[in-house]
Design a protein around this ligand. Structure first.
Ligand SMILES: [Zn+2]
Length: 113
């Protein structure tokens, strides 16, 4: 499963950060996952408990926010969600657009105590 490796890497980064901050534990981690990212949020949640065992994140609540897959049309400059509009500009129906966001996986926030 692709997700487990990525989740382990995210947990490793967050755990290292928490150690650097001399935290006792992490209480919450907020991830942002792009709509076009290969990561499936449901599978991230499935992998998460195994990935955090024996780390400072073992009691941390996981929150996942979805980043929209937004693109700008090169023809009419309209910004639109490519997933909702089936990869076609809703104004001029062009398929010539540039992706602005939606592929990223970001650790947005780590709450420590
Ligand atoms: Zn357009």
């Amino acid at each position: 499963m692709h997700e487990l490796g990525v989740v382990l890497e995210i947990v490793r980064i967050a755990d290292r950060r928490a150690h650097e901050e001399k935290a006792n534990k992490v209480t919450r981690i907020v991830l942002q996952i792009g709509e076009l990212s290969p990561l499936v949020p449901e599978l991230v949640e499935v992998c998460y408990p195994a990935a955090v065992s024996d780390t400072l994140l073992s009691d941390a609540e996981l929150m996942i926010e979805t980043l929209p897959a937004n693109a700008i049309c090169r023809n009419c400059k309209k910004v639109f969600n490519v997933v909702h509009h089936e990869y076609q500009c809703p104004v001029c129906e062009s398929r010539n657009w540039e992706l602005l966001s939606g592929k990223e996986v970001i650790i947005k926030e780590i709450q420590i105590v």
